[in-house]
Unconditional design. Sequence first.
Length: 212
Amino acid sequence: MPPSDHVLAFLVASAVTIGVPGPSVLFVISRSITLGRRAGVATVVGNALGVYVQVILVAFGLGAIVERSVTAFTVVKIAGALYLMYLGIKAFRHRRDLATAVGQPVTPKTVRRIVREGFLVGLANPKSIVAFMALLPQFVDRAAGGVPQQMLMLGAMWFAIALVLDGAWALLAGTARGWLAGSPKRLEAIGGAGGLTMVGIGASLAFTGRKD
């Protein structure tokens, strides 16, 4: 168990990092507006699970491969960017379907699909794994041993914070979507904007380079 002062400092750093709108938050907002609050929350869960896999990789040393290897970093980065852009293009093409889709119940299969999509986006985000490589080692107590377990515990705390803060963004965006449900034109514009936002995020990720 990391010292209590380390845990507190990590919680503050995590809350600031997660709470400030970035690519993950924009992705969640886009999904919540275009598909509704349930889909937004499902995206949050999937994204957080995907990123937590990165915590596991970092805890057991595999994240260092991505950090040290330009090739590995580039492959993961491009894969994540292309997948995000694919989702954005798909959302833009079907933007006119929003008016029909609003109010329809989301089937369990659809939710699972949305969670899976969020998971893949979170897993394929190289920024997160590099950030964890830099952040997690600062808050463990190496003298106490069990460093991987300490990192997993800190990662679980990050996971909980992400669910709360990103979930709040999803609910807020989903509520705004419900308010606009009576206007097909507005929904079409929102669907198009959400799709383009995801394409933009993917493109930005593709052109983000290493800092070394």
